[in-house]
Design a binder for this molecule. Structure first.
Ligand SMILES: [Zn+2]
Length: 169
């Protein structure tokens, strides 16, 4: 979800090219993967927008049912199963096996993690970041956490400071 992010003057998107996706994943990717990842990202942002009651302009065109369908499609793109392996010293260990190309496996596992996020204990802690210009979501993992990152916190404090100083002029 955080592959769309705001810098000082504009919103940046890390997933506009196949190369951008490959960099993000650290895996080979193609045009079909790019389309699938962009669709999944939109679905996850739509779901986060619904869950957090996001009032930011960037989050207004959300569609809950389309988003749920998209996540479910992505989650079943690659099947995963555990495999029991005997190591040289006789110890039994678990390996995770899955089918599909590496990028497809990554897509499916992000979708599966999203199902956990949106249905698990942390779903009530999901927040939209209302720092000026920010488009991100974050998990409020500390009672006093208000922003997605220290950078956003600093930006808000700087803006308040600026307004206070202007008011005092
Ligand atoms: Zn932020």
């Amino acid at each position: 979800m955080n592959t769309i992010w705001a810098s000082r003057s504009r919103v940046n998107d890390d997933l506009t090219t196949v190369g951008g996706l490959a960099d993000f994943l650290g895996l080979p990717a193609d045009e079909a993967d790019l389309a699938a990842f962009r669709a999944l990202r939109q679905a996850l942002r739509d779901l986060a927008g619904v869950l957090t009651g996001d009032t930011r302009a960037v989050a207004q065109e959300r569609d809950l049912h389309r988003a749920v369908t998209e996540v479910n499609l992505a989650a079943k793109r690659a099947r995963e199963w555990p495999r029991l392996v005997v190591e040289n010293d006789g110890k039994l260990v678990r390996h995770n096996e899955s089918e599909g190309a590496p990028a497809t496996q990554a897509l499916a596992s992000i979708a599966a993690e999203a199902v956990e996020l949106f249905t698990g204990e942390s779903s009530v802690l999901l927040r939209a970041c209302y720092a000026p210009g920010c488009v991100l979501y974050f998990v409020k993992d500390h009672p006093r956490r208000e922003w997605c990152s220290p950078v956003c916190g600093n930006r808000v404090r700087a803006a308040r400071h600026y307004r206070r100083n202007r008011a005092g002029e």
